[in-house]
Ligand binder design. Structure first.
Ligand SMILES: [Zn+2]
Length: 353
């Protein structure tokens, strides 16, 4: 056996052994807790754990800003176990840990702990690994579910609940699909690219009508990327536009329906804008809305590229970018320029996509 290989094996053995020892300590701790501690608060509850309970049991690790738990409740027991293990090791003279973050990202659990201990890092990896097979909502056995906009680790029951109609909106009736649809230019602002959560949404129709809403729930400033914090949040309009998700959903569905003709969405990042809009509409998907958007990107017209970029830039003369309504309007301006310069046959082909 070559030396590096031997070292790797030894390292693996060492970690396996260390994890077993930690596991023993945790079990011992738990037994003594149950035997000697009549104070309920310290004992890990069976089944569902409330976030407040988790944080109040391990306040030094989990209290913001140095500590945070941003994942589904199904994973709280894993976090509880990890904290118990860290606590046990600190009792055995390990230096105290610094920050502690457990977050849900792209359907997986990500744990970051400020500690030089390789055992702590190994334990963190261990719960990340366990989380891939546990429903983040309820703790039952689960797997990664895709296809309803976002990745999430869910059990079959929760997977089913998250999926209804979202992936496949009802197809247009033949009657509605017969005519040329009215185009709606869509733009959204969202928290970050890893785990996008809708902040604001705007639609501008070819005929000039518009819809705009900012969401009061479903996201928080703490989960926004640095870019969004610097360029998007300061521009939010607020006031009457600031609405509960359920209210914004109803308003959006009503607005689209009230256009009373078949409508189709145009956007430049359907993977985000369209997915977030369908997610907002949820089970209120309007009957006159095409089930798929048109993906507009100026790069698909090399001959027009410069012209379109210019039109897009000019639209921002009055208002700065990164406000969903201004961006949707800028998209419409660019589309108008494209329409003027494109052969009608090519345009028709494009609209069929
Ligand atoms: Zn579940």
């Amino acid at each position: 056996m070559k030396t590096p290989e031997l070292l790797i094996r030894l390292r693996e053995r060492y970690f396996a052994f260390a994890l077993r020892v930690v596991d023993l300590i945790v079990r011992f701790k738990r037994t003594t807790e149950k035997m000697f501690l009549s104070w309920e608060k310290w004992v890990k509850p069976e089944g569902h754990i409330a976030l407040e309970k988790l944080v109040s049991r391990f306040p030094r690790y989990l209290t913001p800003p140095s500590g945070s738990v941003r994942c589904g409740p199904g994973w709280y027991p894993l976090v509880w176990d990890l904290c118990t293990a860290i606590e046990a090791m600190e009792h055995l003279a390990m230096p105290r840990i610094g920050h502690f973050k457990a977050e849900e990202r792209l359907g997986g659990l990500f744990v970051r702990i400020g500690s030089r201990s390789s055992i702590v890092q190994e334990l963190a990896k261990d719960i990340e690994h366990k989380a891939t097979a546990i429903c983040s909502e309820c703790g039952a056995p689960g797997s990664l579910q895709l296809g309803h906009g976002f990745a999430k680790t869910l059990c079959p029951a929760h997977g089913k609940k998250r999926k209804p109609q979202k992936a496949k909106p009802a197809p247009l009736s033949a009657e509605l699909a017969a005519g040329e649809p009215l185009l709606l230019f869509l733009d959204t602002e969202f928290t970050d690219f890893d785990y996008p959560q809708l902040i604001s949404i705007a639609l501008v129709s070819e005929s000039g009508e518009s819809f705009y809403a900012e969401l009061a729930n479903g996201w928080s400033p703490e989960v926004c990327s640095a870019f969004v914090t610097a360029h998007v949040l300061p521009q939010l309009t607020g006031g009457d536009f600031f609405q509960e998700r359920s209210y914004a959903r109803r308003r959006l569905a009503e607005w689209i329906t009230s256009l009373a003709v078949p409508v189709r969405v145009v956007c430049d990042a359907p993977g985000f804008d369209w997915v977030l809009m369908v997610d907002l509409l949820h089970d209120a998907f309007p009957k006159n809305l095409y089930p798929a958007p048109i993906h507009y990107y100026s790069e698909s017209f090399p001959g027009l590229f410069e012209l379109l970029q210019k039109a897009h830039a000019e639209a921002y003369d009055e208002f700065p970018p990164h406000h969903a309504l201004h961006d949707a309007e800028a998209l419409r301006e660019a589309w108008e320029v494209m329409k003027e310069h494109l052969h009608p046959a090519i345009l028709k082909q494009y609209l069929k996509l």
